[in-house]
Design a protein around this ligand. Sequence first.
Ligand code: ADP
Length: 503
Amino acid sequence: MCAVAASEVSLDPTVQSFVGEPRKMLIGGQWVAAESGKTFEIYNPATAEVIGHAQSADASDVDKAVKAARKAFDEGPWTRMSPSERQKIVWRIGELIDENTEKLAQLESLDNGKPISVARAADVPMSADMFRYMAGWATKLDGKSISPSVVYAPGAEWHAYSRREPVGVCAQIIPWNFPLLMEAWKLAPALATGNCVVMKLAEETPLSGLFLAELMQQAGLPDGVVNMLTGFGETAGAPLAAHPGADKVAFTGSTEVGKLIVNASQNDLKRVSLELGGKSPNIILNDCDVEKAIAGAANAIFFNGGQCCTAGSRLFVQEGVYDEIVEGLANYARGIKLGPGLDPETQMGPLVSQTQLERVTGYLESGKAQGARAASGGGRHGDTGYFVDPTVLVDVQDNMKVYQEEIFGPVVAATKFKDFDDDLIRRANDTVYGLASGIWTQDISKAHKLAARIRAGTVWVNTYNIFDPSLPFGGYKQSGWGREMGEKVLDHYLEHKTVCVGL
Ligand code: ADP
C-alpha cells in the first residue's frame, strides 16, 4: 500500500489495489507475467519509495506480443470491421478515459510525480480528446481516383485509383514524461487507421498504460490489437524495434536512443517515425507584453518540471527588457510551490527518477563551473525525493554545455541580444535540434518574419506549449522524423496502394 501524506488526495480504492498488486502485461488479450519471471520496482518520485512492481519483458515476451499482433492483423476481426465500427471503439476509449479521470490522474501523479491538478486538467482530458479526434478519421481514409497523364498506346484506356491501407503491426516505444498522453498520441492514430500495436511503456512509468489497456478491453478492442509490454530499453525496447514481424516503429524519447531505433530498424527497412529531443529557443523582443512574456517563459521551461521535449530552455531576451524579464522570471521561479504530485496545492513535482536528478544537478554543476550564475534555484530541493529548484541561469555563453545540450529539467539558460537581425536568427538556429520555439512581440510583422526563419517544427507566438489533436507536431533536424497528430500523422500509419485497371 502507498503511504500518502495528510496534505495529499486520498487514493481511490481501485488505484490502491492497482498499484499494490504486481502488474501483468497484456499479450493477445491475456494478462501475463514475463516468461523469465523477472519483475522490476516502480518508484514514487516524491519519496523515492517503492510503490509497486511490473513485469520485465525480454525478447521472448516481445516475440509473443508481435505474433499476437500479427495474428490479430492477419485474421481479424479488427481489420475486417467497418470503419464505422472501428471509429466507435476508438471513440469509446476516449469516453472511458474521461469516465476514469480521477483514477488515471492519481496513477499518473503517483508514478511520474506530476501535479495532480495538471494531470486532471491536461494529461487525462487531452488523451481522451486525442482518441475522439482520431476516431473521426477512421471513416475518412479515402483514396482518390487518378487520371493517367499519358496514353502510350492509341486507343488504350486505364482506370486508376489509390487505396489507403494500414501499415500492419506497429511497434510503439514511449517515454515517461507524459505517459498517458504519449500512449494516446501513438495508439489513437494507429487504431483509427486499422493497425495492430505492440507498445512498450517506459520503465519509470508503467501504470497508466496498463490501466489504459484495461479500458481498451472494456471498450471492445479485440484481443491482440493492442499488446502492452513493460520492461527496460535494452531488454524489451531493442528487441521490439528490431523484430522482423513489426512493419513500423514509432518512437518518442531521446535523440541518442532514436538513432539506435533507426539502426535496429534497418535490417528489414521498417517504417520509422521519431519524436526526439530539443533545445528550443524562446525569443523575447523589446516590444513584448512584459508580464505575459515572463509568465510565458516560465511556462515554457517549468511546465512538467522542464521534462518536456519542447521546453523553452534557451531564452533570448532583447537588451531593452533583459533585466526586467530575468528578474521577473527568477521571482516567478522562486514562487513556484514544489511538492508531491498528489498534493493539490503542488505546482511543480519532483523529477521522475534518481537518474534524472543526477543528470539535471550534474548540468547545474557544469554550468556553474563554466561561469554561469543561478539567478534563482541552482540545485536539488530538499533531501527527500527527486526535487530540483526551478532555475534561471544567467551569464551564459553560447559554448556552455547548459546552453547546448538538452537538460530535461527546470533549468533555463538566459542570454541577451541587441538587435532583431540575422545574428539573432543564426544563434536561435545554432543547435542540432529543431522541435519548437517561442516568440514574444506585439509587432505582427516581426513575429511572422521570425516564424518563417526559425528551423523548428512548431513556432508559438505570444504563447507556448499549446497542443491540440489537430495540430501536427514534430521536429526538424535531430528532433525527429515525421509529425504526430493532425491529418499529417495518418501517413505514418497508412500505405498508399495504386490500382490500375486496363479497360
Ligand atoms: P530518457 O532518456 O528520457 O529516459 P530514452 O530515450 O532513454 O529517454 O527512453 C525512451 C523510451 O525508449 C523508454 O521506453 C526506454 O525504455 C526506451 N529505450 C531505451 N533504450 C532503448 C533501446 N536501445 N531500444 C529501444 N528502446 C529503448
